[in-house]
Design a protein around this ligand. Structure first.
Ligand code: ARG
Length: 292
């Protein structure tokens, strides 16, 4: 495969939620242990660094007001999926997070989005929906109901590719796969069913294949702007792979949030307005950035 070194960062618009009420008081994934103490102040600090980094990279960061009693609300990625300005609201599998769906939907309605859909089927937003240039990749197996995939396809007018997750540690698609840009992705094959692996190989023959070790430190919970890839700093092997592909990996420490089973991508909901070419990319001029 030809080595590509020219990558272009495209400024993004993100929605984030400060972890003011972050805590681990229940367990809905194998990372969460309510017995283990959480340092909320440190969580806020780590989250602030992530937000600051996005601003330095030239992105826009919108904030939603955190709600007391919703300790997982910091994981904004789960709040909705936004493609071409159309917002598919989240509908959570677990009762503990149910109130987050309406809270995020309200934010979109109050911020000028007119196409906001209250979901019919369980879906955990960008936790399980990831958008490439050609497709919407959709996880199932732990949280999002496969029936939601059809709902998303009808709503977004984009082909939705269903992918089955098989490892409970990687319960959301965004813990097992990340979009790097256009139709380029990275993923950990072991996290998917044999059939889904075959589909990924077919659609993305040049994908970055990620080791179980790097996936195990949440390396795939990454946010790419097409050039800069923000990812957990412990995923060192993956950072090398990305650099070899011409990306700029930027490691970040979000250890407190990992206690709830989340990292960079989980904290970041991308707001995709419709792009000039209809790709759903942000309609702002592209630029190249390099921040180490
Ligand atoms: N504790 C949260 C849950 O289990 C973590 C969500 C992480 N978010 C994500 N996009 N993977 O639902």
């Amino acid at each position: 495969m030809a080595q590509i070194t020219d990558r272009t960062a495209v400024p993004r618009r993100y929605l984030m939620c400060r972890p003011t009420y972050f805590d681990v008081t229940y367990s809905i994934n194998p990372w969460m242990d309510p017995e283990k103490p959480v340092d909320r102040e440190l969580a806020v600090l780590q989250w602030e660094r992530l937000r600051q980094l996005y601003l330095e990279l030239g992105h826009t960061v919108e904030l939603i007001e955190p709600v007391p009693g919703l300790p997982d609300m910091v994981f904004a990625a789960n709040g909705a999926t936004v493609v071409d300005g159309r917002v598919l609201g989240a509908r959570f599998r677990n009762e503990q997070r149910a109130a987050e769906g309406p809270a995020y939907a309200r934010w979109f309605r109050e911020n000028g989005f007119t196409q906001v859909r209250d979901a019919e089927f369980v879906n955990e937003g960008e936790g399980d929906y990831l958008v490439t240039r050609s497709w919407v990749l959709a996880g199932c197996g732990f949280r999002t109901d496969p029936a939601s995939h059809q709902e998303a396809q009808d709503f977004f007018h984009r082909p939705v590719i269903g992918l089955r997750l098989v490892d409970p540690r990687f319960y959301h698609l965004d813990t097992a796969l990340a979009v790097l840009g256009d139709d380029e992705i990275m993923y950990c094959p072991e996290s998917f069913s044999p059939g889904s692996r075959a589909v990924l190989r077919r659609l993305f023959p040049d994908a970055v294949l990620v080791s179980a070790e790097d996936a195990g430190v949440f390396g795939l919970n990454a946010v790419s702007d097409g050039y800069n890839v923000v990812l957990p700093q412990a995923a060192t092997g993956l950072a090398e792979q990305l650099a070899a592909r011409g990306y700029n990996p930027i490691g970040i420490d979000l250890s407190e949030l990992l206690k709830a089973g989340g990292s960079a991508k989980c904290c970041t909901l991308e707001i995709r307005a419709s792009g000039p070419d209809g790709t759903g990319a942000t309609a702002t001029p592209a630029r190249t950035a390099c921040v180490v």
